[in-house]
Design a protein around this ligand. Sequence first.
Ligand code: PRP
Ligand code: MN
Ligand code: MG
Length: 182
Amino acid sequence: MSQPYEIEQLISAKSIAARIETLSREIQRAFRDTDKLVVVGLLRGSFVFIADLVRELDLPVEVDFLETSSYGDSMVSSREVRILKDLRGEIEGRDVLVVEDIVDTGHTLSHVLHLLESRHPRRLETIALLDKPSRRETDVKATWTGFEIPDEFVVGYGIDFAQRNRNLPYIGCVRFIDATET
Ligand code: PRP
Ligand code: MN
Ligand code: MG
């Protein structure tokens, strides 16, 4: 049985779009000498962000995906990152940008970076839309961050709570409704 909850908007769709525009300009500058950038989305959470981000990039890009899972339907990290689907392409000698929706404990990103590093890309950078530094358990930081957020359980814009709410166009916080309160 799941406890009822409400979602309170934290970051509007408009602010997300504006931030992505700014970040994409920085990314374009950083990779202007790259022949063909490999943009790697971490499924499932990053599917909305990567779609919006790559459409702002005026660069030759290749899009690939890696599927990881550490939360499942839980609100806390299992600290075990499972690779459910690997990249389709080779990244050796390539310039790679990993796209993540949120860095929380950091276990997911740190695991993925170690894995990709072992394949010897020429350059490996990361962008995370959200960063929750107060919850970090590993020493990892994205090259570019969209927004730093407080320790709230967030959903929307690709991010789920037990696989729901990924389709919200904005980022919201989950607020549980206390049934005894009314
Ligand atoms: C979520 C989120 C990040 C990761 C961040 O993924 O999308 O990938 O957790 O948490 P961490 O920094 O504590 O590792 P999840 O495992 O829920 O899979 P999903 O993307 O399919 O929802
Ligand atoms: Mn994820
Ligand atoms: Mg999830």
